[in-house]
Design a protein around this ligand. Sequence first.
Ligand code: SF4
Ligand code: SF4
Length: 188
Amino acid sequence: MISFPISINEGARLLAEIEQRSGQRLSACYQCGRCTSTCVAAFAFDYPPHRLMRLLQVGMVREVLASKTAQLCLDCMTCSMRCPMKIDVAGVIETAKAVADEAGLQDTERNVRLFRRGFLNNVRRHGRLHEAGLLIWFNFKTNNPMNDVKLLPLVLRKKNFHIFPPRIKNRRQVRRLFREINGSGKQG
Ligand code: SF4
Ligand code: SF4
């Protein structure tokens, strides 16, 4: 188990470990931002996926390991499928998450489970993600109601951030899908 803050040498070692374990070449990322533009959970991250890749490129491993991004990524693989350089961004984040767990960061697992449960319940209820609802729910569940409030003006400028619950057609079909997945025991 390592302790924080970490030294430059330890940071370099961890960076090499993330590259080796994920099998990805981080230097190939040219910051196009496509991973971030397709990420459904980026609104809840402190570093969007492309920024996280940049932090790793410049050796700021400590920031990545301690980040909300490493804790809250849903591992949905959308970013990996859209990367023009075929970088498995989700794999990199998953590896960073594993390294962070081994580093003994507090509450990682609990917050990940909580965020994933909240995300799925939110989509089941509304038929698609209601970002504001999920953020408020998560902040209260983690006893941190003012978490990221300072980011609100920035978030409100995003076109795809829903303050009010979205209205979609066929909400029942989404619920039926969830019931079927639950019935087959596939939902985590
Ligand atoms: S999509 Fe790929 S190349 Fe573009 S910023 Fe993300 S990781 Fe880098
Ligand atoms: S795997 Fe994580 S970073 Fe990638 S799109 Fe899904 S939630 Fe976003």
